[in-house]
Design a protein around this ligand. Structure first.
Ligand code: AMP
Ligand code: MG
Length: 344
């Protein structure tokens, strides 16, 4: 294919020049970042950004993140930046950290869904960085997936659903983190985590002393409730099958609960830590890894596979809601549409 670039075993990043040009000229480029794959477009070009919403079937009130390659690109799109915001950017950029700032006039309404703020991130992934440099404009990029589906963490997972909608496709293998960026907004001098990610509450607290975690991270948005991050109110990551998330700090209790639940169904599928699979023999299982880092990397690919098993129930083992575990639980609770059992 003409507009396909495989950089899995190739570090000749000058090959990204053509993709950068494609972005600048209004095309859509599928590319890897260190978090997940993104669908990128020229973030200052309204028409190009509109194509992202169309490709994903994304609700028009769900704003996009602008990606920059260096601090020189910032003043063009954000203004009135406070010292705390500067401190956070300095600490976590480049990296899996998005900050919500006051936007400038140049940022099209379609990027921010009409909000006066704009989400901005400087990715550390080398392909993303070089692509932005070659494009020489901020790249608007949501996660690469049809809206509601799990985000793409390798090209194979998303190729079929997106290939016909892209002008250029870059293969960078598996992404490093596997979960989308941490999204933070500073309100009255206090950073609020609107979406958890690899940069944890503890990381943020260590830099500026305080942090708040938005209640919608683990709880459903109530009717008519004001929500700081529009993306949090949508159905996300959920397979077609019914899913239940189960967690206990005590492994024995967790295993018995999973067994009890699965015995009520004909064709259950269990997604659990590898170290627990031995104890769950006799039913279909998928191992999700053991460490939080492994689970982050694997979980979206696993959620995409679930429906192939045609299960009548999917039981997913939860993790502690601490550190990176909070980000994993945020995604899993949504995948299970808030079906969550925690046993003391
Ligand atoms: P995605 O790029 O698909 O992973 O999603 C981006 C997330 O950032 C969504 O949850 C958005 O709602 C959120 N976001 C982007 N821009 C803003 C903004 N200006 N204010 C609040 N949340 C934002
Ligand atoms: Mg997304």
């Amino acid at each position: 294919m003409e507009n396909y670039l495989d950089l899995r075993n190739d570090n000749n990043y000058t090959k990204l020049e053509q993709a950068g040009k494609m972005i600048r000229e209004g095309g859509l480029v599928l590319f890897p970042t260190e978090t997940v794959y993104g669908i990128g477009a020229n973030g200052l070009n309204e028409k190009a950004v509109k194509k992202i919403y169309e490709a994903k079937g994304r609700a028009s009130d769900n704003p996009l993140i602008l990606h920059i390659a260096n601090f020189e690109m910032l003043p063009q799109i954000a203004q009135n930046i406070s010292d705390i915001e500067k401190k956070l950017m300095k600490a976590f950029w480049p990296g899996p950290f998005t900050i919500i700032l006051n936007r400038t006039k140049i940022v099209p309404d379609i990027v921010t869904a009409g909000l006066e703020t704009v989400g901005i991130r400087m990715p550390s992934g080398i392909i993303a960085q070089k692509l932005i440099e070659y494009a020489n404009v901020p790249i608007a990029a949501p996660s690469a997936n049809i809206s509601g589906r799990p985000s793409g963490t390798n090209l194979e997972d998303i190729y079929e659903e997106l290939k016909d909608k892209m002008d250029f496709i870059i293969n960078g293998g598996n992404t490093e983190v596997g979960l989308e960026s941490t999204v933070v907004r500073v309100i009255n001098g206090v950073p609020h985590i609107l979406r958890p990610g690899k940069i944890t509450a503890e990381d943020i607290e260590n830099v500026v002393g305080t942090v708040e975690i938005d209640e919608h991270i683990l709880h459903k948005t109530g009717e008519g409730q004001k929500i700081l991050s529009p993306g949090m109110k949508y159905r996300h990551y959920a397979p077609n099958a019914k899913c239940i998330l189960v967690f206990s700090k005590e492994n024995n209790k967790l295993i018995s609960k999973i067994k009890e639940l699965s015995s009520e169904y004909k064709n259950p599928l269990i997604i659990a830590k590898n170290e627990n699979l031995e104890r769950l023999k006799g039913v279909q299982t998928i191992g999700m890894g053991n460490s939080l880092e492994e689970i982050s990397k694997n979980i979206f690919t696993i959620l995409r596979k679930v429906d192939n098993y045609h299960p009548d129930i999917v039981i997913i083992e939860g993790v502690e809601k601490e550190g990176l575990g909070l980000a994993i639980m945020n995604r899993l609770i949504r995948a299970c549409e808030y079906n969550y059992i925690e046993i003391e």
